[in-house]
Write a protein that binds this ligand. Structure first.
Ligand code: PLP
Length: 481
């Protein structure tokens, strides 16, 4: 057999050599203190332009690796190091990197049992365990997805199809017909944009999404939700789904699951929780009360590539009623014959929007087994404790205004310039850019009612109080030129 192309007996020396070289390069890179080089876009563009991307003759692994190490790795963010706190973009658990290697090497695909026998069974077992964790019973189900966006899309699809079925229409077979403008989906005004995208993709349009204002705690105002549903019913619309956000992207605020659940029950709406951000909170003994009412939902988006600290991509959607997945079942002669199921071969393609799909479940399995419930509790609790500490030391400064009480790990604030009449928004925009390029610190920026705010999303349980004290002094050191 010809060697050196794929991972077989002949390629093992190369595989070992290349793996060792990568590990050595990573150790050189991650042994530093700072997570970002501070480079500007033009510097990064110049480095990348120096690569001959498709040379006439291959240069071999050692030269290619050396170029990647000198031109690409230096401006990669090291999300686990000090100063990278902008987005819901996490450092990853060490063991999950090992799991990624296994996933890549075996390259299983989750669509049919015969492309991933053991990982199919792992996903099924894991989904069962997760369902139990979130308080669903034995009738529930779930599937891994590429991220919260896909999980939310799948939830909207389920809700749309159920609403159409209630109206006596089979949308799978007949399409939207003249009902497309009739459905209404309710989200809070600060929910994730994936619901608008989903409404577009599903043929419902942005107009079908009603954004309900939030209260002072950045939670959906449930009285206004009820009012909106009543108005829509009077106007002849069909309320189809309400979404509770369990961890809004900017503020980490958690909607009132119990109150929204009551509205959904009253009007027969599908109740989805977008817990992409906050789902891991269930692992924390100290904080899990904040999310325990996820058990009241019909479906839940759980993102493992956020607070669970697993590498992109890794997410799932859980459904209380396994029958909700019927809308995606489809038998094809080449992949998932009906007789397979009769004979006990589970082909998971019938639950997913995707066909070929990575065995991401392996990362969750590995992290869960390595850490155990107590280790995961520790990890999540320390992230939430960090957020409270950092919020409090920012808040104690006279020239810093905090915007939220952190329910998860987001801290939103702005600095107030000492010069009277200075433009606060411009001051904070400049502060963020200064942090990025002069101090190699990347933090987020958002807006509320037209005002610029800065944001920390704290997802690194390895950081300690002294790191936040240091960050505070860096922020306070900014003086605009
Ligand atoms: C609340 C919320 N939902 C959904 C998403 C989308 O998740 P993903 O980026 O995994 O597609 C995000 C992303 O930040 C989010 O914050």
């Amino acid at each position: 057999m010809r060697g050196k192309f794929v991972l077989n007996g002949n390629a093992l020396p190369e595989f070992r050599h290349q793996s060792e070289a990568v590990i050595e390069a990573l150790c050189r890179s991650f042994g530093m203190e700072e997570g970002f080089s501070g480079a500007k876009p033009e510097d990064v563009r110049k480095s990348i332009s120096e690569l001959d991307i498709l040379p006439e003759k291959g240069i071999g692994f050692d030269k290619a690796m050396s170029l990647v190490e000198s031109k690409v790795l230096p401006d990669m963010l090291k999300v686990s190091l000090f100063g990278i706190m902008a987005h819901l973009h996490t450092p990853v658990l060490v063991e999950s990197i090992a799991a990624e290697t296994i996933i890549a090497a075996y390259n299983q695909s989750m669509d049919s049992w015969d492309q991933g026998p053991s990982v199919t069974e792992v996903e099924i077992a894991l989904i069962r365990r997760l369902a139990r964790l979130y308080g669903f019973d034995g009738n529930s189900d779930g599937t891994f997805t590429s991220g919260g966006t896909q999980s939310n899309l799948q939830a909207c699809l389920i809700a749309r199809d159920k609403a159409f079925a209630k109206l006596g229409s089979d949308v799978r077979k007949s399409g939207l017909r003249d009902l497309s403008g009739k459905l209404r989906i309710y989200i809070s005004e600060i929910a994730h944009f994936s619901f608008h995208k989903s409404a577009h993709i599903l043929g419902l349009g942005y107009d079908s999404v009603r954004c309900i204002p939030v209260n002072s705690r950045m939670q959906m105002d449930v009285e206004l939700l009820e009012k909106a549903v009543d108005e829509d019913l009077k106007a002849g619309f069909v309320p189809c789904m309400a979404v509770a956000t369990v961890g809004t992207t900017d503020f980490g605020s958690i909607d009132d699951l119990e109150a929204i659940s009551r509205v959904c029950k009253k009007h027969g709406m599908h109740f989805h929780a977008d817990a992409a951000y906050g789902s891991a909170c269930i692992l924390s003994g100290k904080y899990k009360k904040r999310v325990e009412n996820l058990r009241l939902c019909d479906s839940i988006t759980v993102d493992f590539h956020k607070m669970f600290l697993l590498p992109v991509s890794c997410s799932c959607i859980l459904v209380r009623d396994a029958a909700d997945f019927d809308c995606l079942s489809f038998h094809s002669d080449y992949l998932n014959r009906e007789e397979d199921e009769d004979d006990g071969y589970d082909n998971l393609v019938g639950k997913s929007l995707l066909t070929t799909r990575r065995a991401d479940c392996l990362k969750v399995l590995m992290a869960f087994m390595v850490r155990g419930a107590d280790g995961l509790d520790d990890m999540v609790t320390s992230m939430l404790d960090n957020a409270r500490y950092f919020h409090d030391i920012l808040d104690a400064k006279d020239d810093i205004e905090t915007l939220n009480e952190p329910e998860l790990t987001s801290v939103v604030f702005r600095r107030l310039p000492s010069v009277k009449g200075a433009d606060v928004n411009e001051f904070n925009r400049k502060l963020r850019r200064w942090l990025m390029h002069e101090k190699r610190v990347i933090i987020g920026q958002t807006a509320l009612n037209g005002d610029v705010y800065l944001k920390f999303t704290l997802l690194n349980p390895a950081l300690e109080k002294s790191d936040f004290d240091k960050m505070l002094s860096v922020i306070c050191g900014f003086q605009p030129s």
